[in-house]
Design a protein around this ligand. Structure first.
Ligand SMILES: Cc1ncc(COP(=O)(O)O)c(C=O)c1O
Length: 192
């Protein structure tokens, strides 16, 4: 998240962040010199007001942070919500930074990535990690998928932030990524 934010955003840019949010996103913005623009997710179903979201976008907006499934509410963004976000990103030339670390914990329906929507693959940084899917939170091994125009900067920033995740843990996670589909079914069943 930090590498994505630092390499995408210039000081003074604005970043749209839904709140409540996983604790890192505000500090990620502030350390990058960006101004967070918060948009409320409201109970009981944690939807946002489309007009409030539209009003948060302007010529200074550079990125929006999405987290689906969402910590701390469990919200799963609907296709309609993601489509509105996608439209606004394209209208205002904004990068979507999406944290999908709970992608395998969707209880109803399918996980939908904003990068899969038309026109979004070229402006989305999709981030996930091993922590939740393989129950290894302490390992801190994650990854992101983004177009080369974005990964060029992200790779440089990441190198200077962390150098890299511990190599044995990377090897173990690479093996886990080859688990059969039944692993993910069993995980979901256990959580249910
Ligand atoms: C939404 C979200 N993103 C990221 C993380 C942490 O990921 P990692 O363990 O890779 O640092 C968490 C963990 O609580 C989380 O809830």
């Amino acid at each position: 998240m930090m590498a994505a934010m630092l390499s995408t955003v210039d000081p003074g840019d604005e970043v749209v962040v839904f709140e409540p949010f996983y604790e890192n996103y505000g500090p990620d913005c502030i350390l990058s010199g960006a101004v967070p623009r918060y948009v409320a997710l409201r109970p009981p179903d944690w939807r946002f007001d489309p007009d409030e979201l539209r009003a948060a976008f302007n010529a200074r907006t550079r990125a929006i942070v999405i987290n689906t499934p969402h910590n701390p509410t469990g919200k799963v963004y609907t296709p309609e919500e993601l489509q509105l976000i996608a439209r606004l990103c394209q209208e205002w030339d904004v990068v979507a930074i999406t944290d999908e670390i709970y992608e395998h914990l969707v209880y109803d329906g399918e996980h939908l990535s904003v990068a899969a929507l038309p026109g979004m693959a070229e402006r989305t940084i999709t981030i996930s990690g091993a922590s939740k899917t393989y129950s290894v939170t302490g390992w801190r091994v994650g990854w992101l998928v983004a177009p080369p125009v974005l990964t060029g900067g992200i790779r440089k920033v990441h190198d200077f932030l962390t150098v890299g995740a511990a190599h044995p843990l990377q090897i173990a996670v690479a093996a886990a990524l080859r688990f059969p589909a039944s692993f993910y079914d069993a995980l979901l069943e256990e959580y249910r």
